[in-house]
Design a protein around this ligand. Sequence first.
Ligand code: FMN
Length: 358
Amino acid sequence: MPFSLYAIARPLLFRLDAEQAHAIAIGLLKTGLVPSNAFAAPANLAVRFCGADLPHPLGLAAGFDKHAEVPGPCFDMGFSFIELGGVTPAPQPGNAKPRLFRAPSAKAVINRFGFNSVGTKLFAKRLKAWRDLPQPARRVTGVNLAKNKETADAADDYVKGVEAFAAMADFLVVNVSSPNTPGLRDMQERGALTELLQRVMQARAKSGFTPRLFVKIAPDISEAQAADIAEVALAASIDGLVVGNTTLSRPASVPAEIAREMGGLSGQPLFDLSTQVLGQMYRLTGGRLTLIGCGGIFSGADAYAKIRAGASLLQLYTALVYEGPGVVARIAHELSTLLQRDGFTHVADAVGADFRKN
Ligand SMILES: Cc1cc2nc3c(=O)[nH]c(=O)nc-3n(C[C@H](O)[C@H](O)[C@H](O)COP(=O)(O)O)c2cc1C
């Protein structure tokens, strides 16, 4: 949808309940009638990911296309890679509605979906059907793996996810950081994470495929937890981290009437916290893991800050809600200009620049 079209659509969508508006957006994308926002990215933004040459580092974060309904249209919004899901092994309804809240004055969203999911079987059927279609280019697609609320042995559910999607995903994201599933974030603790990653890596080896493996972490972690995660991730030889998920904290910029809603906060107020944790993980892993920076990206300056803090790829979701799909091309062009201004020939040259000795 061209930027101007979203400027018209937004007030209409914002009059509706947030979840209903999202369902309408997905419905519109499904029609195939929404004009493409694909754009020619400046050459200095080209990156390699999952063995593919991507025109720029901006991807779609998990949670927008939770049920693999519109992977093609997600690329048409201008993203160079997408992450679908989260998907749970068995279908489950998620939490009671309402469970999605906008805070337009803060450009923020709070959600407590609790993994509403169609389940692996239908999701995989949809993804495979789309993957089997002829594609205009290599379309790097990941799947965000989640666990069912009632599953006691969490690792079991992630293993099922790997078994279901290893053959059809370029990357898999072990999501142990959604705040809306009781106990999920405990999987980030040293012992639990060590066992989980061992089992997930074994399942990948057994599958005979090699999707890249990422762990998505919460921005609400202590320094000790960050150090543990870095050590365990490096020891397990996973490919990288997504930093990160929504926050349970409520920065002062979030209006009081929405701040008291339970759930994970995303959007602009998440930017500082998630960028700080990103930098921390970059220093702790010494550039040995691929870091995907996510949280509150709305501008080229935001994207640039994440890259300087150590991200080699980026993802966004909430900016789409407030700015529409035109935001991807705008961020890309702004980022390109900032790189040029500071004398970086190429986006990869700026990764972690904040922590390099001159
Ligand atoms: C409505 C909604 C649903 C989400 N669902 C998921 C999910 O299923 N799995 C996941 O790992 N992250 C999920 N996220 C988190 C996003 O992927 C992202 O990490 C977070 O929103 C921060 O990025 P942003 O500020 O650009 O939105 C969701 C976010 C929102 C707003």
